[in-house]
Design a protein around this ligand. Structure first.
Ligand SMILES: NC(=O)c1ccc[n+]([C@@H]2O[C@H](COP(=O)([O-])OP(=O)(O)OC[C@H]3O[C@@H](n4cnc5c(N)ncnc54)[C@H](OP(=O)(O)O)[C@@H]3O)[C@@H](O)[C@H]2O)c1
Length: 211
């Protein structure tokens, strides 16, 4: 698959490398692509670098991994992403003037839902938001596989998302539509929770059936 990484920082570079290692065509983007030469060398293979616009033109699937406070600017840089599948790893938080992490959107909406509202003609998948990049870097492909929950309104994209999560070395598990995204975003119930398949099935059952 052709994958464009928007935001090639901690999480973008981690997941982009895992997809490249799995044989996908990956383009890492930056507002200053020349900064990415070290990453390109480290990842090796067929990986490319480019601008945000080049990543959008190249890719079938975009991986959004920018700091939330730059979201609107990043979306403007991306331009027309109608009909693209967007895997959204972002968390709706920023730093306040005291350096404390604070929520940057209202509490009655998730980052996943808000992104889908901003991009009504794209297919938003909330995934890879709930676990630290360092943990993903250490634990990918290790048995028992760690569960990577995801949410989307587009059930027709489940197969594609699940193969991408599997190729990165995790066990995909559908958690529901985008209204269910808060638990898998930062500070949600599954934020930094390391679960194997059985633990996730049991926990999801309690969430949805109360047992
Ligand atoms: N780090 C983690 O463990 C982790 C885990 C799960 C989810 N997340 C979420 O993923 C997101 C990114 O986190 P991170 O830790 O990877 O951040 P990071 O290391 O600071 O990387 C963010 C990247 O976003 C790019 N960027 C910033 N503004 C942009 C804009 N206007 N247009 C295009 N690109 C822009 C920057 O690239 P250039 O300056 O090169 O353009 C930068 O490399 C956050 O929302 C975070 O909550 C992080």
């Amino acid at each position: 698959m052709k994958i464009g990484i928007i935001g090639s920082g901690s999480i973008g570079s981690t997941i982009g490398k895992l997809w490249s290692d799995a044989g996908h065509e990956v383009l890492f983007s930056s507002r200053n692509p020349e900064k990415l030469s070290g990453l390109i060398e480290r990842v090796g293979g067929t990986v490319k670098s480019g601008t945000v616009e080049e990543a959008v033109a190249f890719a079938d699937v975009l991986f959004l991994a920018i700091n939330y406070w730059t979201l609107d600017d990043a979306l403007a840089n991306m331009g027309d992403v109608s009909r693209k599948v967007i895997l959204d790893a972002t968390n709706p938080y920023e730093y306040n003037s005291a350096g404390k992490v604070v929520r940057s959107i209202p509490t009655d909406i998730s980052g996943g839902e808000l992104l889908q509202q901003k991009l009504p003609h794209s297919k938003v998948i909330k995934v890879f938001s709930s676990m630290m990049a360092t943990v993903m870097n250490e634990r990918h492909h290790r048995k028992p596989l760690l569960v990577m929950p995801y949410t989307t309104n587009f059930t027709d994209e489940k197969q594609r998302v699940e193969s991408l999560v599997s190729d990165a070395g995790f066990l995909p598990m559908y958690y529901g539509d985008l209204t269910k995204s808060k638990p898998i975003e930062l500070f949600g119930k599954y934020s930094d929770k390391i679960l194997n398949e059985q633990e996730a099935v049991e926990s999801f059952k309690i969430d949805f059936e109360g047992k």
